[in-house]
Ligand binder design. Structure first.
Ligand SMILES: [Zn+2]
Length: 536
């Protein structure tokens, strides 16, 4: 007699193989064997007639580093069927944090009602274990976090000594269980890092079996150059490379993903192991301050705000907003103000513009959008987010249908209640995985459901280096999703973002039923996953 029997479901095992009617059993935290329908027996039996049974989704690109601590039930994720999250992306991780990086973490975490009690990577992972989350968690180390800690926020090159210190922190974190290193090259201070600095870090991570994930240096006019840099780093550091949330932003650049994917395929044929991930939306979301020229973002928040208050500098920034030929990613010039929507406003003065475009807000106030954006940044101490409607649906289709793409939400574990429910969010936090199945597989027919599930399970697990998850087979961790293929769909929209998807019936994490008949059981059986460093 097995612990749990899930009978009569269509088992899609995550490898891309066709679904097959089987009974699946769970023993403790592991998947047991598969039986012909009707042959298995379990103490608890669950009827999955008409439902799909597949591995739990592995979200390869998330930013739940702090939010999971405030929202350990991981409502937005587990209700999509996500059972494992990879944190530490886009150059920012919760650990290891020293100096200015620790100060920044404390300030950021405060907004999520989270206390920062750790410094090292090991301490952070221990803290995550103590908190007990509903999903499994793995993490990268952020290169920007290392740089902020060792060098500070300034636009300066790393000295030999500083680079050695960053590498030592990274190596220690790898030994403590990090899966690799990430960079965020449009953010400060990540944008100040040279290719050599990144290569050095990627090489340290690779020598211990880790990989390099990158929010590349530009996703607009400079996207081709930026992909070339990521490939070069992979080649020179002898590292696996994961290009994060791959896309081309700004109307003039739509279509460039065909070129970048061809470059990635060529690199692979020469032995550089590059792949990418994608989310199923035509809008991105990040800090609004990423629209500023890098030179303006040099240093601490106070010195940046001082620059924003200086008339001459303001005029320079406004001129830059008009100039498409800058060598940095110039979102305002690429997108236009009508495609940039404000979210996460904290100030009383501008709070009424939540979920409005900057151009609409500016015309309501009868001011120039340039001035309004700079004023909002100053008023909210640079802490505002925005949604950028800047990606073409054709490009999403190109990237998402490519066999090298994994699905990554780029979202956070959050909930419609509590601290995270306060402001609008990008719907990807709630809808990514059901949306890929409903919209891109079932409705558009771009790929079979088996392929959609492979992109969410075995493929991201392989990229990360998770050896016992992402596939349904005997002995694998019992992370399982049972969903209704007739009703599965995302419900979150840009207008109404905190909405759970439909059609996710049951979710098991390490053998524990965490979603039952569409509801959270409050189970918190997620494990903290630690990479075991391999010296190569
Ligand atoms: Zn990113």
């Amino acid at each position: 007699m097995h612990d749990i029997l899930i009978r009569n479901g269509r088992v899609i095992d995550g490898t891309g193989s066709p679904g097959i009617m089987m009974d699946l059993v769970i023993d403790g935290t592991k998947i047991g064997r598969l039986y012909k329908p009707g042959d298995g027996k379990g103490s608890v039996e669950i009827d999955a007639e008409g439902l799909v049974v597949c591995p739990g989704f592995v979200d390869i690109h998330t930013h739940s580093d702090f939010s999971l601590l405030g929202c350990p039930l991981a409502e937005s994720k587990i209700r999509q069927g996500v059972t494992t999250e990879l944190l530490g992306n886009c150059g920012g991780s919760a650990a290891p944090i020293i100096g200015a990086a620790r100060k920044q973490a404390v300030d950021y975490a405060k907004k999520l009602w989270v206390d920062v009690t750790w410094s090292s990577f090991d301490e952070y992972l221990l803290h995550l274990s103590d908190v007990r989350t509903s999903v499994n968690v793995a993490s990268l180390v952020g290169a920007d976090t290392l740089r902020l800690g060792v060098i500070g926020a300034n636009d300066t090159q790393a000295t030999e000594n500083q680079l050695r210190q960053m590498n030592e922190l990274l190596a220690q974190a790898m030994i403590e269980g990090a899966y690799g290193i990430s960079s965020g090259l449009i953010y400060a201070p990540g944008c100040f890092a040279s290719t050599d600095e990144l290569t050095s870090l990627a090489s340290t991570s690779a020598s211990l079996g880790g990989f390099y994930a990158s929010h590349i240096r530009g996703e607009g006019r400079t996207v081709v150059k930026a992909v070339a840099e990521a490939i070069k780093i992979g080649r020179d550091a002898d590292s696996r490379v994961q290009i994060s949330h791959h896309k081309a932003i700004g109307i003039d650049n739509w279509g460039l993903v065909s070129k970048t994917i061809a470059m990635i395929e060529a690199a692979r044929s020469e032995g550089v192991d590059v792949a990418f991930d994608v989310y199923p939306y035509t809008a991105s979301s990040t800090w609004l301050n990423s629209i500023l020229p890098p030179a303006i973002r040099d240093g601490e928040t106070d010195s940046i705000l001082k620059r924003l208050g200086d008339e001459k500098t303001r005029e320079e920034i406004k001129r830059a907003f008009q100039n498409k030929d800058t060598d940095w990613e110039n979102t305002v010039a690429e997108d236009g103000w009508d495609r940039i929507v404000l979210i996460g406003l904290k100030s009383e003065k501008y709070g009424m513009f939540e979920n409005k475009s900057i151009s609409d807000a500016a015309s309501e106030l009868n001011v120039s959008p340039d001035d309004l954006a700079l004023d909002i940044l100053a008023e909210d101490y640079l802490g505002v987010f925005a949604i950028f409607h800047e990606i073409s649906e054709d490009d999403v289709k190109t990237v998402i249908s490519h066999p090298l793409s994994a699905i990554g939400s780029d979202g956070e574990a959050e909930a419609p209640y509590g601290q995270t429910g306060d402001s609008a969010t990008h719907p990807r936090s709630y809808g990514t995985f059901p949306r890929v199945i409903r919209r891109y597989s079932i409705e558009m027919g771009l790929f079979p459901m088996e392929e959609a599930i492979r992109k969410m399970t075995s493929w991201p697990a392989e990229r990360i280096g998770l050896i016992d998850r992402g596939v349904i087979a005997k002995g694998m961790a019992a992370d399982i999703v049972v969903f209704n293929p007739d009703t599965i769909r995302d419900m979150a929209t840009f207008e109404d973002s905190h909405r759970y998807p439909e059609g996710i019936v049951h979710v098991f994490v390490n053998g524990q039923m965490t979603i039952q008949d569409g509801d959270h059981t409050k189970e918190r059986a997620g494990q903290v996953l630690r990479h075991k460093p391999r010296v190569s």
